[in-house]
Structure formats: C-alpha cells, structure tokens
Design a protein around this ligand. Structure first.
Ligand code: XIL
Length: 381
C-alpha cells in the first residue's frame, strides 16, 4: 500500500515537473517572440536599419515608428536630405524636415546616416546650370560644410558621393564631372572630413557586385586615399531581385572593398519578386517603361504574393544574410530601403502603379516568412 502511494506521488510530481517545464518553454517562446528583433539578433554583427519617409519623420505613421523602434537601430532618410530639398536655391538651405529626422534618430539612440551630399539625381535644377569649375568648387564646399556642420556629432555617417560611376566602372559624366573632372570627388570627401572629422564618410552606388564596376570603385577609393582624403566605407545599395545578383559576385565585392581598408555597408537593401523590363527579351533599358503601366503580366501579385513566392523570397534573404554573417567582420551596417512593403519605392519604379513585396514586413506591418528566415539564422548559431 505504502509503495503504491509512493509511486502515485512520484508520478504526480513528475507530471507537475513536466507541466512546469512546458509552461516555462511556452513562456520563453512568447518572450522570444516579443523581444527578438532584427536589432537584437544582429547586435554583435552589424547595425540593421531602414530608410525613413515623411510619415515617420512627422510622426503620422505610428505603426511604422513602432516597428522602427522595435526592430532597427540605424536610419537613413529616403528623400528629405537630398540636394533639391535641403539646398533648393543657391542661398537657401532648408533644414526643418531634416532636423526632425536627425532628432528622431538621436532621441532613439540610433546610428544616424545622412544621404546624400553629392548626387546627380534629385539635384536642385540651379546646380545643373553651373558651368564654371571655380564657382562649382565654391558651391560644393559651401553645400557640404553647411550641411555637415549643421549635424556635427549628430549624424554618424554620410553618403558623401552617390553614384559617380557608370556600369563599366568609368566615371559618370554628371555635371559635376563635366565641369570639374574627377577633382570633385576629392574635394567633396575632404570638405566633409573638415566639417565633421568624426563622421564616417562613405562612397555609395548600385550594382557594386559587377566586376567592372567593382574595379571602378577600387580605383576611385585608391585615388581618394592617395590624395590624402578620408574615406571610411563603400555603400553597396543592394537593390536586388530573386534572380540575382549571384552571392559569389556580392562576396567578391565585399572582399575587394574590405581589402582597401574600408568597411562595407549594405545601404538600400530590397529584393524584388516582380519582373523587370530589362529581364524581358527585347526590352532595352533605354526604352520608356510607361508602355508597361497597367500591364498585368508586369504586376503579377496585386493582392499579395502566393506562398510559393514568399518561400522563394525567404530563401533569397536567408542566402543573403548568411553571406553577411560570414563576412560580419567586414560589414558595419545593413539598411533596408523602407520599413514595410507598402512604402517601398519599388511600387512606383521602374514601372508606376505596381504592388511590390520586397521587404521583411508586409503592408499590415507584420513580419513575413523572409523575416523569420533571417531571424532563424541567428537562432541556429
Ligand atoms: C529613391 C527614393 O526611394 C524614391 O522615393 C525617390 O523618388 C527616388 O529615389 N538610389 C538611391 C536612393 O541612392 O536615394 C534612391 O531613392 C533609390 C536609388
């Protein structure tokens, strides 16, 4: 009898223990779901960030801000700091919106990026009229020193020059280049360093995985270094797709840039699953893309991506982040070009009026399969 009572007691005790363990496990899983984030998962590896638009900066996108605070630790302004907005006239600087952007980052202890000081696109029109090299040098110095000083100690990293290269690695014939030759590059980096010696200075561009363009970046960075200019990083924009670029090409660029003694940043990451005009036979890039507007074959997922494509996107992001982790010693930041799919510029580019799904959060601000795939990489480690 005594034996029986004893074994019933131990059974009860064991099942109490197992229920308790299960409770603990469930509690832990729930906590993980609430506390695990991109920021926390990669905190020992690199910053993870997002590009911000007006809704974040003016506070109206409350759900976006919540996601931002929970998930990311670095920000980049998607548009508000571009030349046409901050320096719209020769003698007018407009800082109201960018002040708010910078305050948002500083108040939340984020790594704040400035984008972009010198770029041929979204430039104020008056600047394209400047044809005298001494005048251009004066304006560039004023432009850079005024803006960088405004945020000295508040902006941590600057995209000093954006997209100075052609696809074959030669220098783009922007108005800056046509008027000043390649001297505008050295001048820009030197002026930025003078205005805030502690800010990280970055050269930023797209398609930097391409071997010919890679060689162009290497030449550009070496030339800057030889001139005594400070350059701290190469920003690979990373507007990619399900189909490419190959991981190996990206890897070769990470290694090549890092060998120059600078950090590599992935500054504008997004992965499109939609067809692009240049993937189509016979659709030359120089063609106008307006002809594709409203064409349903170019906009296959207007009501959401099917699960099979979500899975492909998740796999692609997994491969990309595996590579980032492999080279985390060389990479200082990974920034997504937007917080959630509904806000992505890829809904309007290169074809207007499409529904794209290139980020880790959907239009309801919910994490997608691709988010889980990226986070899971760290759980396995
Ligand atoms: C894009 C913005 O996302 C759009 O809202 C804007 O209309 C055009 O510019 N490379 C860059 C970014 O460096 O500044 C661009 O941002 C995307 C390509």
């Amino acid at each position: 009898m005594q034996k029986k009572i004893l074994s019933v007691c131990s059974l009860l005790f064991l099942s109490f223990l197992s229920i308790n363990c299960q409770d603990q496990r469930e509690k832990k899983q729930k906590q993980d779901k609430e506390t695990v984030s991109l920021e926390s998962s990669f905190e020992d590896d690199f910053y993870v960030g997002a590009a911000l638009n007006d809704g974040h900066i003016d506070g109206s996108d409350t759900l976006g801000l919540k996601l931002l605070r929970n998930q990311f630790n670095t920000i980049t302004p998607e548009n508000v700091m571009k030349w046409m907005y901050v320096h719209p006239q020769r003698d007018t600087f407009y800082f109201d919106t960018s002040d708010k952007y910078v305050a948002l980052g500083n108040d939340n202890n984020m790594h704040v990026v400035g984008h972009a000081l010198v770029w041929h696109s979204q430039l104020a029109e008056w600047m394209n009229q400047v044809k005298d090299s001494a005048e251009m040098a004066t304006i560039l110095k004023e432009h850079i020193s005024t803006i960088v000083k405004q945020y000295k100690g508040k902006i941590d990293a600057w995209d000093v020059v954006n997209e100075a290269l052609n696809e074959d690695g030669t220098l783009r014939e922007s108005n800056f280049y046509n008027v000043m030759g390649d001297s505008y590059l050295e001048l820009s980096f030197k002026e930025a360093a003078k205005a805030d010696p502690d800010a990280q200075l970055v050269y930023n561009d797209y398609n930097l995985w391409k071997p010919e363009k890679r060689a162009g970046v290497v030449r550009l960075v070496k030339k800057l270094q030889e001139s005594g200019a400070k350059i701290d990083g190469v920003g690979m924009q990373a507007h990619w797709s399900l189909l490419g670029p190959d991981i190996e090409d990206i890897e070769n660029s990470i290694i090549a840039y890092s060998e120059l003694g600078v950090k590599v940043m992935f500054t504008e990451l997004d992965v499109t699953a939609l067809p692009n005009p240049w993937d189509l036979n016979g659709a030359a890039v120089e063609q106008s893309y307006e002809q594709f507007e409203g064409d349903p074959t170019m906009n296959p997922y207007p009501n959401g991506m099917p699960d099979s494509i979500q899975t492909k996107l998740a796999k692609r992001y997994e491969d990309i982040f595996k590579l980032f982790l492999k080279h985390k010693d060389k990479i200082s930041r990974v920034t997504f070009w937007g917080v959630q799919d509904g806000q992505s510029w890829l809904n309007g580019w290169p074809i207007n009026g499409r529904t794209n799904h290139p980020l880790l959060f959907d239009r309801e601000y919910s994490p997608k399969k691709a988010y889980d795939a990226v986070i899971d990489l760290k759980k396995k480690n």
